[in-house]
Design a protein around this ligand. Structure first.
Ligand SMILES: [Zn+2]
Length: 339
C-alpha cells in the first residue's frame, strides 16, 4: 500500500502527493476524454472525483472509451454509473461520485460547488461555455479539452488570470464538426487527456500554468502552441469587468435539443421528478417492444421510435431530428405513467 504512489511521489515529492490526495475534481462528460482522465486521476490518487454525464453506453463508444465494456453497452448502463463502478475497482481508497443528468445553466452552479478544479470532457460547445461561466463565476480553474477526427485542442482557464473560453471563442476551431459526423480516433483522445491531466496535476500541486492554447493533429503529425494571453477581453461577458454570465441565464436554456449526428433528440422536462421505472414498464405492457430496464433508465420501442427514458423524466428519442415529432412521441409515452 505504501508503495502505491511511489513512482509518482519520486517525481513530484511527498507534499505534492498529499495535495493530490486532497484534490476534489469535477469531470464534465464520461465519454472518451472523461473516462480516460478519470482513470488517470483515480490511479494518481485524487481524493474525490465527481463524474457527470447524461448519456448511456453504446457499442460505438467501446472503440475509445476506456472504462466501458460490452456488458455496459448490452445493458445500456449510463456512462456515469458504469464509470463509477470501474473507477472503484481501480482505486477503492478514493471517493467517486456519479451524476446522471444533463448539465444546464441553472443546475451547474450546484454541481460545481465543492470542487477545486473542473475538467471539460463534454462533446459540445454549449456545455463548455456553461461550464466556463460557472468556473469563472466561482473562481475555479477549468481545463478545456475537445477532440474530433485526428485533431484535438486544450486550454486551461485560470479565473482572474488567463482569458476564458468566451474570450477565445472566435479563435477556436469549432466548425460544427462532431465525433458523430466525422468520427474520431483513439490516440488523439489519449494525447489530449494526457495534456489535460498534466495541467490538473500542476494546478493541484501549485506548479505554474502558462496561457497556452495547445492543438495537436496526430494523423498529420502537426502541433501548435499559441500564447493567447493578449486575447483576454476586458469587456468579456464572462470574465470582463461587468460579467453577466450569459450561459447561466434562464433564457439560454434549451429544453429539447437535437443530438448532432445521432438522429436523436433529447427532451428535458421543465421540472424533474422521480419515476418508478418498473411500474412504468408494467403500465406500458403490450405497447412497447424490446424493453431493457436497469436501475437508471428504461429503453424500449414505442410508436416507431426507440425511446430511452431516464428516471428523472429526461428522455432521448431516437429515429428523428425533428423536435416537434420527438416531443409528441415523448408526451404520448408519458401519458401511460399515472401514479
Ligand atoms: Zn472571457
Amino acid at each position: 500500500m505504501k508503495t502505491r504512489y511511489s513512482r509518482q511521489e519520486l517525481f513530484l515529492g511527498e507534499t505534492a502527493q498529499r495535495k493530490i490526495r486532497n484534490g476534489r475534481i469535477l469531470i464534465i462528460g464520461a465519454g472518451a476524454l472523461g473516462s480516460s482522465s478519470a482513470e488517470m486521476l483515480a490511479r494518481a490518487g485524487v481524493g474525490k472525483i465527481t463524474i457527470v454525464d447524461r448519456d448511456y453506453v453504446e457499442w460505438s463508444n467501446l472503440q475509445r472509451q476506456h472504462l466501458f465494456a460490452e456488458e455496459h453497452a448490452e445493458q445500456r448502463i449510463p456512462k456515469a454509473a458504469a464509470a463509477k463502478q470501474r473507477l472503484e475497482q481501480i482505486n477503492s481508497h478514493i471517493t467517486i461520485h456519479s451524476l446522471i443528468c444533463d448539465i444546464h445553466g441553472l443546475n451547474i452552479g450546484e454541481i460545481v460547488k465543492g470542487h477545486d478544479l473542473i475538467i471539460d470532457a463534454s462533446d459540445n460547445f454549449e456545455i463548455r461555455l456553461i461550464a466556463n461561466d460557472a468556473a469563472v463565476k466561482q473562481g475555479i480553474p477549468f481545463v478545456m479539452g475537445a477532440c474530433v477526427a485526428s485533431y484535438g485542442t486544450t486550454f486551461t482557464v485560470l479565473p482572474g488570470e488567463t482569458p476564458c473560453l468566451h474570450c477565445l471563442f472566435n479563435h477556436l476551431p469549432i466548425d460544427g464538426m462532431t465525433c458523430e459526423t466525422v468520427g474520431v480516433i483513439s490516440p488523439i483522445v489519449q494525447i489530449i487527456t494526457a495534456l489535460q491531466v498534466t495541467q490538473v496535476l500542476k494546478i493541484l500541486t501549485g506548479a505554474p500554468i502558462e496561457p497556452i492554447l495547445k492543438s495537436v493533429d496526430v494523423w498529420k503529425d502537426e502541433r501548435a502552441d499559441i500564447d493567447v494571453s493578449r486575447l483576454k477581453n476586458a469587456d468579456c461577458p464572462t470574465c470582463g469587468s461587468g460579467p453577466t454570465y450569459p450561459y447561466l441565464q434562464y433564457e439560454n436554456q434549451t429544453k429539447s435539443e437535437v443530438l448532432c449526428g445521432r438522429e436523436a433528440v433529447q427532451i428535458r422536462p421543465a421540472a424533474t421528478r422521480e419515476f418508478i421505472l418498473q411500474t412504468f414498464l408494467d403500465k406500458l405492457k403490450g405497447l412497447v417492444g424490446n424493453p431493457i430496464i436497469n436501475p437508471f433508465l428504461l429503453s424500449c420501442e414505442f410508436a416507431g421510435h426507440r425511446i430511452v427514458f431516464f428516471k428523472d423524466g429526461r428522455a432521448i428519442v431516437h429515429g428523428t431530428n425533428d423536435l416537434r415529432i420527438a416531443r409528441t412521441v415523448y408526451n404520448r409515452f408519458l401519458q401511460y405513467y399515472t401514479d
